[in-house]
Design a protein around this ligand. Structure first.
Ligand code: VG1
Ligand code: CO
Length: 647
């Protein structure tokens, strides 16, 4: 158990470390006494406090122009238009290499985004890629996770939007709005909103030395498809001019509308539209009845906002609407550097929550979400629900526990590396089922075509067609609904059905898909690329029936996907070896990192035998993990002995 002990040391010593210790994901109970020391170890230092309440002081910047844009203050710019009182400057610029979006938006180090015109070029390239009717005089939404550089970036985006003829920008107060809320607001304003920007590098750490990112979502609230992002990239390579409105920085700290001729900026409450949607999807009185039970309440519900965007949502939703106690919210204030944390809701990075849930008298229900609020982690007392199981269990229980699904889900889908637990639910419920590449953008078309309701990814992403993004708080409410539904007839004092009871009952019905992911972060790109090349070569030479230790190959390929709605093709989405007993090993490179290459290995094995369901996933998967390491020659190619994170 070297991995677990390594983690325990890290709890005390590495509050400030952003890169992780290795941590085995399951069965931590035996370490509870050590873990409990770390309960309140979260750092409270920060670069600045981003207010979500009008009473807190907002730290404002006054140097937005000088930071990364020569643009509006440039002496070389020329006025190109003066529509309705706004002066628009044409600012000359040059192409910048490397502005290609990955799995989810453009992510780079803050220092890179601060280079002259870096962000401005990408935003202008985006406008150059959209048909003018999609934004001229139209409405766009602007949100973000509160990370460092968002305040400057918001002003840059607003000025370029105005310069390109956008009619109105709706911005979350202080630039704060979660990814799912941006999707919800775009959809709510469908008649008028044409899309939205999200200023976030999601689960990547924030601060001057760390990451920043930008995503663009289109008119039904879905992440821009590759056809658009490819065009944006093309335009970044030929850009010569930025259209920048000569307007002052806009005060984003209080609600209201500021007009500049035909252009206006409306600062909106980031929570209200999203909350209204959640109240329509879920039975809030049912959840409230669970959270206010004296026997549940006594043991508490805990939500860790990780000093990220859901800090702005947790109190209004969980405390004010659903009756959770105020101290059930951990790390509930959004901070520019996430309190020196890594806002990734997994067992390694959500260490405060993990310590509580695995501690003595741990609460019955714990959850966390990531930087921009689209990921989630669900925990029971001393129990971790893998994201692959989570989506399967939500799908299996959706119809009876969640009003939005009262007619049953239309279809189910998962990303390719996500375990096959969901497939079994689809089979049993006789629902259409889809396997798409990694990244939420691939679910949107299926949802718009009304073929898909519930979907998920192994990377802590779960969601439904209520919006077009994965949704952290939605997943927490879905799980609370399931637990509340199962316990609704229990008398006070009667034993409640717990999170782990729900999961184990699911395994007993469907079998258990053991699953684990190994991440090797920040490897040298050259070695990682060579390894993938080697694996692709191996795939081309392999055939059904080949022996891999005790496993017999059914097929091996580099996953390709043809969208059943628009026929678009995504190829080279991950090398997979699928064996005759259904076991799989999958290799791919991350598309969200900001430096080097991150290798991900996904390992899965199905176990129908109930007597083996309690096994530790790492023990159950050991032979396959060893096989994955030897087949890929990972150590030789990357020089890495151990992964950075094990889920
Ligand atoms: C990762 C996850 C993927 C997820 C993506 C964006 O991508 O594996 O499932 O959709 O992050 O999530 P990659 O390419 O690094 O494996 V988020 O919360 O960063 O918007
Ligand atoms: Co995210």
């Amino acid at each position: 158990m070297w991995q677990s002990l390594d983690f325990l040391e890290s709890l005390d010593k590495e509050k400030l470390a952003l890169r992780s210790r290795i941590f085995i994901s399951l069965h931590l109970t035996q370490f509870a006494p050590f873990l409990s020391n770390a309960i309140f170890s979260s750092s409270s230092s920060s670069l600045s406090l981003l207010s979500c309440s009008p009473r807190l002081p907002l730290i404002r910047t006054s140097h937005a122009h000088s930071l990364s844009i020569k643009a509006s203050s440039s002496s070389s710019s020329t006025a190109i238009a003066d529509p309705e009182g706004i002066k628009v400057n044409s600012v000359p610029t040059k192409p910048i290499e490397g502005q290609k979006t990955g799995t989810s938006g453009l992510r780079k180090k803050v220092k890179v985004f601060k280079q002259e015109n870096y962000l401005a070029n990408w935003i202008q390239a985006l406008f150059n890629s959209l048909p003018p009717e999609d934004y001229k005089n139209g409405h766009l939404v602007l949100g973000g996770d509160g990370r460092y550089f968002n305040k400057e970036a918001a002003q840059i985006i607003i000025k370029i939007a105005a310069g390109n003829g956008v009619g109105k920008i709706m911005v979350g107060r202080d630039g704060i709005m979660s990814t799912p809320a941006v999707s919800a607001v775009i959809r709510k304003q469908k008649a008028i909103a044409n899309g939205g920007f999200i200023m976030s590098a999601s689960h990547n750490p924030g601060g001057p030395e760390y990451d920043w990112g930008i995503k663009f979502n289109y008119s039904s609230g879905q992440p821009a498809p590759e056809s658009i992002t490819d065009k944006i990239y093309g335009n970044t390579l030929s850009i010569s001019e930025i259209k920048m409105a000569d307007i002052p920085d806009v005060d984003l700290s209080s609600l209201g509308v500021t007009n500049f001729g035909n252009f206006s900026v409306e600062v909106v409450d980031p929570v209200s539209d999203y909350l209204e949607l959640m109240e329509n999807v879920f039975d809030f009185p049912l959840i409230r009845s669970l959270l206010s039970r004296s026997d549940f309440r006594y043991k508490l519900f805990v939500f860790d906002a990780m000093h990220a965007v859901t800090g702005a949502y947790a109190k209004p939703i969980f405390v004010e609407k659903l009756g959770a106690k105020p101290d059930s919210i951990l790390n509930g204030v959004p901070l520019e550097d996430f309190g020196h944390g890594h806002p990734d809701p997994n067992l390694t990075y959500a260490r405060d929550l993990v310590a509580i849930m695995y501690g003595e008298n741990g609460p019955d229900f714990g959850a966390a979400s990531d930087g921009d609020g689209d990921r989630n982690m669900i925990l029971g007392k001393g129990f971790f629900v893998t994201p692959s199981d989570s989506v399967a269990i939500i799908a299996a229980n959706a119809q009876e526990a969640i009003p939005y699904f009262k007619s049953g889900p239309k279809g189910l889908a998962r990303s390719m590396p996500t375990s096959g637990a969901l497939d079994r639910v689809a089979e049993k419920l006789k629902l259409p089922f889809f396997e798409v590449p990694t990244g939420w953008k691939f679910f949107g078309n299926l949802m718009d075509a009304r073929k898909l309701s519930v979907c998920g990814e192994e990377s802590f992403g779960t969601g439904s067609d209520h919006i077009r993004e994965k949704d952290g708080i939605w997943a927490v409410l879905a799980w609370l609904s399931i637990v509340a539904h199962r316990n609704k007839d229990k008398k006070p004092g009667e034993k409640l059905i717990s999170v782990s009871d729900v999961v184990k009952a699911h395994w007993a019905t469907y079998g258990r898909n053991f699953f684990s992911r190994y991440d090797y972060e920040e490897c040298e790109s050259e070695g990682a690329n060579k390894m993938i090349g080697y694996l692709r070569d191996l795939v081309s030479k392999s055939k059904a029936g080949d022996k891999y230790g005790n496993y017999v190959l059914q097929f091996a390929d580099d996953f390709a996907y043809t969208d059943p709605v628009d026929g678009s093709v995504a190829s080279k989405q991950g090398v997979r070896f699928v064996f005759t007993d259904g076991s799989r090993i999958i290799f791919r490179l991350s598309g969200t990192g900001s430096a080097g290459a991150t290798v991900r290995i996904y390992i899965e094995q199905f176990e129908p035998d109930v007597s083996k369901h309690e096994m530790d996933a790492q023990s159950a998967l050991k032979p396959l993990i060893d096989l994955a390491l030897s087949v890929s020659k990972l150590r030789d190619f990357t020089g890495r002995e151990k992964p950075t994170v094990i889920t």
